[in-house]
Ligand binder design. Structure first.
Ligand code: PEP
Ligand code: MN
Length: 374
């Protein structure tokens, strides 16, 4: 499914100060001094294209700092006047949109906790009707691509064509090194659905710490994302929100300078080398699929045999045996056991689906089952 979004290319409305495009600033505007001083240091780096700051903070628990509110818009105005940096704030309702626009904020973004709620997104979209302002939409907190797409469609439907998606990771119950799991495949999926939609990455909220920022930023660039949003505070140790993940403007520069910018388009010899290697991959993929088809033919035979002889589809011992043997074999071939296990599970669930189909052939009202491991 391709998304029908009417979008202007990023370069047509924002000129990066340097590569990659970088939006930086504190998680929250705390005081006028903190914001303006941070803005000056960021502007002096020559690498920052726009200044971000949270004015209204959506906090998970009440009682935490919920943002400085409208007064912060005045501070942003001053920061912009003194540094020339365009400004960006998060909006979570119609009132925020109106106030931010009135204060001359240049870019609005929809936060992860708003993207999850279609009512909220629609309220923001309605408030944006007839306005020509860039809007960035963060992915929803939960790993649901449709919600992200839906929010982009609602904002685009309001006539916003300077539209950008921000990948900030997804919450997960699994313990991990990240505050929010990157789940890169979801961002890649969005790109596949909407090839003309610019996507930038927010390593700060993915990492939740300073140490991994460079790693995530590099990975985002290698996946051809078009920019970064990174939280930067004049003194992260005393930040009122997200203290663990913010960096000083000086550290931000170090992180950016260490990034390698790679080109999506290859020229000359490199192009030929890559074309040749891709041909080899295509041939191997064909073989993998031929073998898969052969495997499924045998699965069908087994299914028919089991049906004729009233044998259950699933025999746990057999499955354990396949899994253990193949995972060990995969390891010997230098394939990761996790990959081997996932691949086998996918193949196995398709085999079971096929056999179930055979078992139930001729019976009415069978629901169409989906692959469980897809
Ligand atoms: C933020 O950018 O400070 C923020 C609240 O982010 P998110 O919506 O991604 O949690
Ligand atoms: Mn934050």
């Amino acid at each position: 499914m391709k998304l029908e979004l009417n979008i202007q290319p990023l370069e047509s409305w924002i000129q990066a100060k340097s590569e990659p495009l970088l939006i930086a600033g504190p998680c929250s505007a705390e005081t006028e001094e903190q914001l303006v001083a941070t803005a000056h240091l960021l502007a002096q780096t020559g690498k920052v294209t726009a200044l971000r700051a949270g004015i209204w903070k959506p906090r998970t628990r009440p009682g935490e700092f919920e943002g400085i509110g409208s007064i912060g818009l005045e501070w942003l105005k001053r920061a912009k006047e003194e540094t020339g940096l365009p400004t960006a704030v998060e909006v979570a309702n119609a009132k925020h949109v109106e106030e931010a626009l009135k204060a001359g904020v240049d870019i609005l973004w929809v936060g992860a906790r708003s993207t999850v709620n279609p009512f909220t997104v629609q309220e923001i979209a309605d408030a944006l009707k007839g306005v020509d302002v860039p809007v960035m939409v963060k992915n929803p907190v939960n790993p649901d691509l449709s919600l992200w797409i839906g929010a982009l469609e609602r904002i685009n439907g309001a006539g916003i064509t300077k539209l950008v998606a921000i990948h900030r990771g997804f919450s997960s119950h699994e313990k991990s090194a990240f505050r929010n799991e990157p789940m890169w495949d979801l961002a890649i999926n969005l790109k596949t659905h909407a090839p003309n939609l610019p996507i930038i990455c927010d390593p700060s909220h993915i990492c939740g710490n300073r140490e991994l920022l460079g790693y995530v930023a590099q990975k985002a660039l290698d996946l051809d994302m078009q920019g970064l949003m990174i939280e930067s505070h004049i003194d992260p140790s005393v930040a009122w929100t997200d203290a663990k993940q913010q960096v000083t403007p000086a550290v931000l520069v170090e992180i950016i300078d260490r990034l390698t910018l790679r080109k999506p388009e290859l020229q000359g010899a490199a192009k030929d080398v890559l074309a040749e290697l891709r041909t080899q991959i295509d041939k191997l993929d064909d073989v993998v699929f031929q073998k898969m088809a052969e495997r499924m033919k045998i699965v069908e035979k087994i299914g028919n045999y089991k049906k004729e002889n009233d044998i259950t589809i699933l025999q746990v011992n057999r499955w354990d045996e396949i899994l253990n043997k193949r995972v060990a074999y995969a390891k010997a071939l230098n394939l990761s056991p996790e990959f081997a296990e996932k691949l086998l599970e996918l193949i196995h669930s398709e085999s079971i689906r096929k056999q179930t189909e055979i078992m139930n052939k001729g019976q009415e009202n069978q629901p169409q089952e989906k692959l469980t491991h897809a």
